[in-house]
Write a protein that binds this ligand. Structure first.
Ligand code: AMP
Ligand code: MG
Length: 357
């Protein structure tokens, strides 16, 4: 299959091209499209065959449900059984935006789209290209992130093409994703809204709207034996570069000196190695010379930048075939939980904790 790549400017949307993309979806095809979180791999959410195609294109287990993307509040009613009060409050506060709500599903949503669950996850993205594309497609786009399963999510059309060229019908290039982390998933079927996956909209922001919030234990990676995470996707190895990523935890000076030692060992053994760091200031050149690729994530004071860089960083180590990657922790105030949730998964929980002297 030839994958057509088109560019759409959000400030001057080409109607004809958007209609063409919409037609592909209506005919059961797949189109990757930009959102403010990451690029999505879209198919018709109400067509079971389209959902099956998405799983196949991604190589994703079919019990890991897809998020249904909508472009207006009116679209919510036909696909849900009921719309709880908290959902109305949250959607008023954060839609369009990086927040997904889990509802009881109506019969219109095929079980292939929801991985067999009786609930459906819904989001209205904050991206003009995405919204016009959803409208042109009939209003319901099922879309997981547009990467092959297990790999870091794509935040640009180039990264989508790397994984999906020849596999899907079209890629809409709408520039870099502004946020760069997947949406916060909140289960609103519970009395107290429950965060199933952390994201840009954090617990504090949700609590201000609903008065209370709870967390699925899987958010903290603390699954009790026999207890499954409520967002099935939290179970799988995810976001991972091909090389081994190791997170080093502790006081900054100790972390840096430990990394230095490890990089030297890699060099001696002829292992290619990389670093994910921020705020190194004067020492950055020194560290750059000690490894094969240093990815400067930005600054702790600009946490949005760290989030937006995360997946691009992970993929750029793959570009250079880096075998071992050391990363600092990025527990920033607002986005730290979401960033670290992804980073820890990408590292396969490989975290080295340096004690204090
Ligand atoms: P992705 O679009 O690749 O970020 O993956 C979608 C995420 O949403 C996965 O972690 C899914 O497990 C989760 N998800 C989708 N639908 C539901 C649902 N009905 N209940 C809970 N989690 C869901
Ligand atoms: Mg994903």
């Amino acid at each position: 299959m030839k994958t057509k790549r088109i560019f759409i400017d959000k400030d001057n949307i080409d109607k004809e091209l958007i209609e063409e993309a919409g037609r592909i979806i209506k005919e059961g095809g797949l189109v990757a499209f930009p959102t403010e979180t990451v690029y999505g791999l879209g198919g018709d959410a109400l067509n079971s065959f389209s959902s099956e195609k998405i799983y196949k294109a991604k190589g994703r287990p079919s019990d890991n449900p897809l998020i249904v993307h909508i472009a207006s509040m009116e679209a919510l009613d036909p696909i849900t059984e009921d719309i709880p009060e908290n959902a109305i409050k949250l959607s008023r506060a954060f839609w369009p935006g990086p927040m997904t709500l889990v509802f009881r599903k109506s019969e219109r949503v095929p079980s292939e789209t929801t991985g067999g669950l009786s609930t459906v996850a819904v989001r209205m993205p904050d991206n003009k290209v995405a919204l016009s594309f959803i409208e042109a497609s009939g209003g319901y786009i099922a879309a997981p992130s547009a990467n092959r399963s297990g790999k870091p999510s794509p935040t640009s059309a180039d990264r989508v093409m790397e994984d999906m060229d020849g596999i899907i019908d079209m890629v809409i290039d709408g520039g870099r994703s502004a946020i760069g982390l997947e949406s916060t998933i909140i289960d609103v079927t519970e009395e107290i809204p429950m965060i199933l996956r952390p994201g840009y909209i954090n617990g504090e922001m949700i609590k201000r709207v609903t008065g209370s919030v709870s967390y699925d234990p899987a958010v903290f990676g603390k699954e009790e034996p026999g207890q499954k995470p409520k967002a099935p996707g939290m179970r799988y190895r995810h976001y991972a570069p091909r090389g081994q990523l190791v997170i080093v935890k502790g006081e900054k000076a100790r972390v840096l000196s430990y990394m230095k030692g490890e990089l030297e060992k890699c060099r001696e053994k002829g292992i290619s190695c990389g670093l994910m760091v921020c705020d190194l200031k004067d020492t950055v050149k020194d560290f750059e010379a000690s490894c094969d690729l240093l990815f400067d994530m930005g600054s702790f004071e600009r946490e949005e930048e760290i989030a937006a860089n995360l997946y691009e960083a992970l993929r750029s180590f793959d570009d250079r075939n880096i075998e071992k990657i050391y990363s600092m922790e990025f527990y920033t105030p607002k986005l730290g939980q979401a960033i670290m949730n992804r980073l820890i998964k990408a590292a396969g929980h490989m975290v080295i904790e340096l004690g204090s002297d």
